[in-house]
Design a protein around this ligand. Structure first.
Ligand SMILES: C[S@@+](CC[C@H](N)C(=O)[O-])C[C@H]1O[C@@H](n2cnc3c(N)ncnc32)[C@H](O)[C@@H]1O
Length: 392
């Protein structure tokens, strides 16, 4: 496909998305109906579409309309390319620009320039203060691809060499001693021997830093209460030998966990929903709670536009409930670790402050907010310790 034909395909997909079709579904359907497109074409079209969803407001302002066509005209202008060179109408290129589409772009509001829904600007400001604009700008870019080196099996330099032998170039990242950032060959990772053999896993660098911050000791009894696909379960297992339990309210989310654990050479006991108490009393319970995901909107840009005030309030209620129910599973003297991939204060520090105010006998030992300016996704982690003498 020519570069212009790829843009025409991205326009169709963006129109489907704007009409309400989920992005992944639109991409799969398009792929099925356009089998002539090679893997390079599909990857390039996917990149166009994800960039446009991430930068929906600024591209629409630059392109003059919130349509697939307007977004792609805006994308070209943002990249310093005159859209006239691609919108030629020749072959499979999109039709030439109309007079309306060639006028000078209008001034943008702050929310448009930062690609942020207006209702969320105060939420970001209350959470990030003077860093708001810089963090929102960081969220406009593509997320880097990070790998976690399984230090139980191999050290970071040797993992980097094994990957390089397969054309995957990486560099160490300072967020965690397990982290490698892929700078070339990211699409080869899942077919590579180091990945197949469990020497490396795909995992965001801040997510790795969260696991590195957990106060774990050898042979601890640990429950990953919101385990999902088990990214953090496996990262904990790679740190040191543990008795590990994984639980999730939706067991389908843990479907891939047994195979991933086998590949990594670790044992994890899966618990049915509501049976978290079978792991108690725990030395550490990790609560990687459901959240707005605002820290990972580079990776999942659709979520930025679908979050509503009602959904955010619901998530906060669920987080508070999980904190209350799962804290009971920690032994006296043990730890509760609370994590989100959100940048919002009310899902993070405020949620912990409210827990400490209503539940006596806990002390905060550590808290840190990572933002995309640190390189990885936005993440929050707080570590609370249960007092040995339980009061109230
Ligand atoms: C952020 S994801 C977990 C990601 C996972 N820990 C990882 O690192 O790959 C949050 C998970 O919490 C689960 N969840 C939602 N409500 C829950 C609840 N009340 N109790 C336990 N898990 C819950 C969701 O099904 C989802 O899998």
């Amino acid at each position: 496909m020519t570069p212009a034909a790829r843009i025409a395909a991205a326009i169709t997909l963006l129109d489907d998305w704007l009409a309400g079709q989920p992005l992944e579904q639109a991409l799969t359907t398009w792929g099925r109906h356009n089998r002539y497109a090679g893997s390079g074409d599909r990857a390039a079209i996917r990149d166009h579409v994800f960039d446009a969803v991430r930068r929906r407001r600024s591209f629409a302002a630059l392109g003059g309309a919130e349509t697939g066509r307007g977004l792609m005209i805006g994308a070209l202008r943002a990249a310093g390319v005159d859209p006239v060179t691609m919108f030629t109408g020749e072959g499979h290129a999109p039709p030439p620009l109309s007079p309306d589409e060639t006028g000078p772009p209008r001034a943008m509001s702050r929310g448009e320039a930062l690609d942020c829904p207006d209702w969320l600007l105060p939420e970001f400001e209350a959470s990030l203060g003077a860093d708001t604009d810089a963090v929102l700008r960081a969220l406009q870019a593509r997320a880097p691809v990070f790998l976690r080196v399984n230090l139980a099996r191999i050290d970071r330099p040797r993992a980097a060499s094994a990957l390089e032998a397969e054309g995957i170039v990486t560099r160490p990242h300072e967020l965690a001693e397990t982290a490698l950032e892929v700078t070339e060959g990211a699409r080869r990772v899942q077919h590579s021997a180091p990945f197949r053999d469990g020497l490396v896993e795909l995992q965001d660098a801040a997510s790795q830093a969260v696991v590195a911050a957990l106060p774990l000791r050898a042979n601890d009894r640990v429950l990953d209460y919101c385990a999902g696909g088990g990214g953090k379960t496996l990262a904990m297992a790679a740190r040191l030998p543990l008795t590990l339990f994984a639980h999730d309210a939706d067991p389908r989310r843990m479907r891939d966990l047994p195979a991933r654990a086998t590949r990594a050479g670790v044992r994890v006991t899966l618990l049915a929903p509501g049976e978290g108490s079978r792991a108690a009393p725990c030395d550490l319970v990790l609560l990687d709670v459901p959240c707005s995901g605002s820290g990972s909107w580079r990776r999942s840009p659709e979520a930025k536009w679908t979050l509503t005030p009602e959904r955010l309030a619901d998530l906060c209620r669920i987080q508070a409930q999980i904190l209350s129910e799962a804290s009971a599973l920690v032994r006296p003297g043990g730890y509760l670790a609370y994590a989100t991939c959100s940048l919002f204060e009310r899902e993070n520090a405020a949620q912990i402050a409210a827990f400490l105010a209503r539940q006596h006998g806990w002390q905060q030992r550590h808290a840190r907010l990572f933002t995309p300016r640190d390189g990885g996704d936005g993440f929050f982690v707080a570590i609370l310790q249960r007092q040995n003498t339980i009061q109230g």
